[in-house]
Design a binder for this molecule. Structure first.
Ligand code: AMP
Length: 491
């Protein structure tokens, strides 16, 4: 089964004699929201040392592991399987000791992985071990690096290896990694779909460099933010301890808009746009659009956690109270983590408990970030009615999700999207809401850009079906769909 992933990573290069593992673990805790399925760390002191396992960061790592995970170079990862239920053999980071020592982690999804696995690698006598698309990136990268001198790797060697990855590997991938005893590299695919950001900190021992998938990782681990990597850009920090960045690929930058809508933490800044401010603006626009419906409401209630920020702005714009009508049990985990539909349906009630006085006798407007299959919304509307709401209105601050994401966000199979083949009124009826409002697509784009990055053009394939990498075929989407259906059956 394929284990394509939406994940989080961090890689650190500290001064000689330091152990960076503690910073890596702090960083992984800060991006636990990007993956609760598995976690792993690989360090290099004298040799590669690894600890990986299924579960949360705090479940996988114990103090005893820290004594072993020594050295100034490390890479860490949290995994969220978007296709199938991942197994522990596929837990990242991956590494090779020979012919060149490279450890690597990524976020994204290689769209031509099956083709590479079935044809490209076997023709070269290589049979991939895992079902994880990172392995393809690792082998292409290492094979190219191997052609170069093993001692004293420089930015030019890494540039060649990254260029080969860009030639061979399609899809979305932000990658971090370390070369044994030599340094740290990172690169962002030519369309820059997934986020990746660089930071550094100064201590008496010297400069520490970190690369992570969200800025919040750098914040909590005490790193000053330098900048995001550009689409198609690579980074190398070698023995000279200098930060080398090189533009390797040149495609139009198309960062994923769904990161701002749902996936990233509100306290992160991605490609120069604060996720928190983007969500406030998304809420403001929703507020104005709701006012245009002419429907009066008594209270705006978010579906926690992601819709909170936008709901506050929406309520403020409408001049209506914002109330926490649902209390979230943080310990149940994200509903998507339980991949079968039955488990997902049952867990909404476990996860969100209503506060009756916020519903009773009121016209409530419930805001969520998105509607995928509609299970969450249907149950939420039902709960609101059980709590005695007079009217139950629903709004999603992103437009209807209609197309599968081949780049690593779990968007389910085509047939599961509730909005597919239905009008908004029909979706509202299906869900049982008295009125349903989605964000307009142009409003979403304008809101996320704000005045901060007017130039940003996003990947919004999940809303409109145009895939920026140009290589996504019906066959590929069918392959992903088959994997997902097979995965659902095996649970
Ligand atoms: P659904 O119940 O299938 O309509 O899913 C909608 C809910 O899932 C919303 O509350 C979202 O916050 C959440 N959601 C949307 N996209 C994702 C995703 N890719 N992974 C996990 N949760 C998601």
């Amino acid at each position: 089964m394929l284990a394509a992933t939406m994940c989080g990573f961090i890689s650190i290069f500290g001064p000689d004699g330091t152990d960076v593992v503690q910073d890596v673990l702090n960083g992984l805790l800060a991006i636990q929201h990007r993956g609760q399925d598995a976690a792993g760390v690989v360090t290099f002191g004298e040799k590669f040392e690894a600890k990986k396992g299924l579960g949360l960061v705090r479940e996988v790592f114990e103090e005893k592991h820290l004594h072993r995970l020594r050295g100034p170079l490390a890479v860490g990862h949290v995994r969220y399987p978007t296709v199938g239920v991942g197994s522990d053999t596929d837990v990242q980071p991956f590494w090779l000791d020979f012919p060149v020592g490279v450890a690597m982690a990524h976020n994204g999804n290689v769209t031509n992985f099956l083709e590479l696995k079935r044809r490209y690698f076997p023709q070269r006598g290589i049979y991939l071990n895992s079902n994880c698309d990172l392995e393809a990136v690792l082998y292409v990268f290492a094979a190219e690096l191997m052609k170069r001198p093993r001692q004293g790797i420089g930015p030019e060697d890494v540039r060649e290896a990254v260029a080969e990855v860009f030639r061979m590997v399609k899809g979305s991938y932000s990658v971090v990694g370390i070369v044994s005893g030599q340094g740290m590299f990172a690169f962002r695919d030519p369309f820059g779909i997934k986020p990746i950001i660089v930071g550094q900190k100064q201590t008496p021992e010297g400069t520490w460099f970190a690369v992570a998938s969200e800025s919040v990782v750098l914040d909590v681990a005490g790193y000053e933010i330098l900048r995001d990597l550009r689409a198609g850009e690579m980074l190398w920090i070698g023995k000279d301890r200098k930060l080398h960045t090189v533009q390797v690929g040149g495609e139009p930058h198309r960062p994923c808009i769904f990161e701002y809508v749902y996936f990233a933490r509100p306290d992160s800044t991605l490609d120069g746009v604060s996720v928190y401010q983007a969500r406030l603006r998304l809420g403001e626009r929703m507020g104005r659009s709701w006012q245009a419906t002419g429907l009066d409401v008594d209270v705006v209630i978010p579906v926690p956690e992601s819709a909170r920020t936008a709901a506050q702005a929406m309520a403020e714009t409408m001049g209506v109270p914002y109330r926490e009508g649902f209390v979230k049990n943080r310990y149940v985990g994200r509903t998507f983590i339980m991949p079968s539909d039955k488990k997902r349906r049952d867990s909404v009630r476990q996860k969100l408990n209503p506060i009756r006085i916020e519903f009773e006798g009121k016209r409530v407007l419930i805001l969520d970030d998105s509607i995928v299959r509609g299970h969450t919304s249907r149950q939420i509307v039902k709960i609101a009615r059980q709590m005695g709401a007079k009217k139950v209105y629903l709004a999603s601050y992103s437009p209807p999700l209609l197309y599968p994401c081949p780049y690593g966000i779990d968007m389910s199979t085509q047939r599961e999207f509730i909005a597919r083949g239905r009008t908004v009124e029909e979706v509202g009826k299906e869900i049982g809401a008295d009125h349903l409002l989605f964000q307009d697509i142009d409003d979403m784009v304008e809101a996320v850009r704000g005045s901060e990055r007017r130039d940003l053009v996003f990947c919004k394939a999940c809303f409109e079906g145009s895939y920026p990498t140009g290589d996504v075929t019906e066959e590929m989407l069918r392959d992903i769909e088959q994997e997902r259906l097979a995965a659902a059956k095996t649970e």
